[in-house]
Design a protein around this ligand. Structure first.
Ligand SMILES: Nc1ncnc2c1ncn2[C@@H]1O[C@H](COP(=O)(O)OP(=O)(O)O)[C@@H](O)[C@H]1O
Ligand SMILES: N[C@@H](CCOP(=O)(O)O)C(=O)O
Length: 295
């Protein structure tokens, strides 16, 4: 039997749509697997009542199928689904690591990225790897058709989740099919700035580099209270604020001493808009961790 804790992730980071992602120190999903003649899934924890246990409809079922690794799979959800923190991806990443060990498949974490991304194809319509890559590898990841580039990073973050939900599939429907060249030029500049910021552990560069005029304006319009929450976080000291994944979570980058005040300001701003929320005071963290027999 193997147990894996796989972290929540925040994808896109504004300027890196479908490419950038970071692992968060918290929250996380925990997945336990044992060999079985056919795959069964049971789920407890945050939002578990909304997640199908049918292997054909669950991201971990897609991973078990892709690895030809039938198992009794138990998922303890720490990450609420449809909140923009890579909930479906974390389960898939955890299952990929656990089943790879259970069946001794010998695949590297990089080789598990496209396998875990099969779960994303199941729920969002496309096998985007920007959540599963950081959940598997940790740190900051750049996922492209050429593969995944990863760097460890130490950047304080606040992820504020309103008590509303947006499905990634729906939020992908509002992404523009084309963009003006000047917006593409700006986005390339911001993405490059963000990448350098991650390599230097520099929250100012990362915050500046999250700016994006192509996808984020369309996505943020789906989130009630977004503009006020963004403004409140910036006033409290955030160096950058954007939609986390497909939303409705909102991600703020900051210096560590400002993190608590930013979390409070974001919750208050959602509250003023009549929306309850919770904020994770977190940071870029490590990837999925494997435990054998409860170790
Ligand atoms: N293991 C899983 N964990 C979370 N959600 C899952 C899982 N398997 C299937 N789903 C479905 O995926 C959808 C959530 O995925 P998505 O919209 O991409 O949001 P998230 O950012 O939370 O991953 C929900 O419809 C949920 O029922
Ligand atoms: N690149 C994807 C990321 C979706 O992240 P999630 O955490 O909302 O599942 C997108 O923006 O559609």
């Amino acid at each position: 039997m193997f147990t894996v804790r796989a972290p929540a992730t925040s994808a896109n980071l504004g300027s890196g749509f479908d490419v950038f992602g970071v692992a968060l120190e918290a929250p996380a999903d925990v997945v336990r697997v044992e060999r079985a003649p056919e795959t069964t899934i049971s789920i407890t924890g945050a939002g578990s009542q909304y997640i199908p246990e049918d292997p054909e409809q669950n991201t971990v079922g897609a991973v078990a199928e892709a690895l030809d690794a039938p198992a009794r799979i138990r998922i303890d959800k720490g990450i609420r689904p449809s909140s923009g923190l890579g909930s479906s991806a974390a389960s898939a990443a955890a299952a990929a690591v656990a089943l790879n060990a259970l069946y001794d498949r010998g695949l590297s974490r990089e080789e598990l990225v496209p396998i875990a991304a099969e779960g994303e194809a199941l729920v969002s319509g496309e096998a985007h790897a920007d959540n599963v890559a950081p959940s598997l590898l940790g740190g900051f990841t750049i996922a492209t058709d050429d593969g995944v580039t990863q760097v460890d990073a130490s950047i304080p973050l606040v992820a504020c989740l309103p008590e509303t939900s947006v499905s990634t599939r729906d939020a992908r429907g509002v992404v523009p099919k084309a963009a003006a060249l000047e917006d593409v030029v700006d986005t390339v500049g911001h993405a490059a700035t963000l990448t350098v910021g991650m390599t230097r552990d520099d929250p100012d560069l990362v915050g500046t580099g999250m700016s994006d005029e192509i996808v984020t304006p369309e996505r943020s319009a789906l989130i009630d209270g977004y503009d006020a929450v963004r403004e409140a976080a910036l006033e409290a000291g955030a160096t950058g604020v954007t939609v986390s994944g497909a939303g409705p979570g909102v991600l703020a980058v900051c210096h560590e001493p400002d993190r608590r005040a930013i979390a409070g300001a974001m919750i208050d701003a959602f509250d003023a808009a009549g929306i309850e929320s919770r904020a994770y005071q977190t940071a870029v963290g490590e990837g999925a961790r494997l435990y054998r027999d409860g170790t």
